[in-house]
Design a protein around this ligand. Sequence first.
Ligand SMILES: *Cc1c(COP(=O)(O)O)cnc(C)c1O
Length: 339
Amino acid sequence: MIDFRSDTVTRPTPEMLKAMFAAEVGDDVFGDDPTVNALEQKVASMFGMESALFCASGTMANQVAIKAHTQPGDEVICHKLSHVYYYEGGGIAMNSGASVCLLEGDRGRITATDVAAHINPPNDPHRPLTRLVSVENTMNKGGGSLYDFNELQTIGKVCRDKGLKFHLDGARLFNALVETDETPGDYGQLFDSISICISKGLGAPVGSVLIGSREFIWKARRIRKVFGGGMRQAGYLAAACIYALDNHVERLREDHRRAKQLQDILNSLPYIQGVVPVQTNLVFFSLKPEMTTERFLKTLRENNIFALALAPQEVRFVTHLDITDEMMEKVEKVLRSLK
Ligand SMILES: *Cc1c(COP(=O)(O)O)cnc(C)c1O
């Protein structure tokens, strides 16, 4: 099976499983799980931040962060296609009772100028209080697009000047880090909170981490408990995350190489309308009207290849840990055989 639907479909490698089975565990709600503690300390120090919190999913990490930063009625500024708004089931409203101000922007990226223009005047009782700015890097709905770090720094300056909190949805931050010159420490300095997913390209079966100041993470820990996310012997999962951070970051470059290879193949095919320029591991493309998405996906399926339809004529391929060069050869053959 060649599964391009998402980078969440990976299974633990034999070495990762070994690390999981060897984990020392305890009850993490009591703070007693040494492996969870080790993961939280490892990630906090990697980003040069004070503290971190292991979460069951990226959605949980983002939603806990938004709840910790806001009061009901406050407003969150984010892109209209950002995961925190578009893909988290209305969680900003349901969990935090917060309002959103949705910005436009090229491939899911917002600008400092646009953020500054959408901060409500705090002395006007008609307007919700702007409290938080949330950005996403890489940007999922933007086809794995990358931010220019200078722009993020400028947004950060606007936030500091206006007393706003600044959150990064870094579900795929490591995909950005291997393509650019910045370090996790650069991001840690800029943001009040960062969420990272270890169950995406890094290949852990479960797990995200929220990072921030000691005070913020203490608040987040209470909220995680209220959301039902206090896990017990979670060290088995944390061990997979530690293994992934130690062994699966640099190899993300291979995923990016294969994504670019897919882009080149697709661009040479007569039934492809266009491919969104590949920057990381997401390949978004559209089919010409004469090739229906149904027929395209069905042919792939008959060859044990799976992809995701995003819109009527739009499909995505995502490369990841479980894709090999032999699979790429087979995929190329199947794609070229389609008429
Ligand atoms: C996948 C993803 C998340 C979190 O997803 P979960 O499935 O809840 O782990 C958050 N943000 C972005 C940008 C993502 O791509």
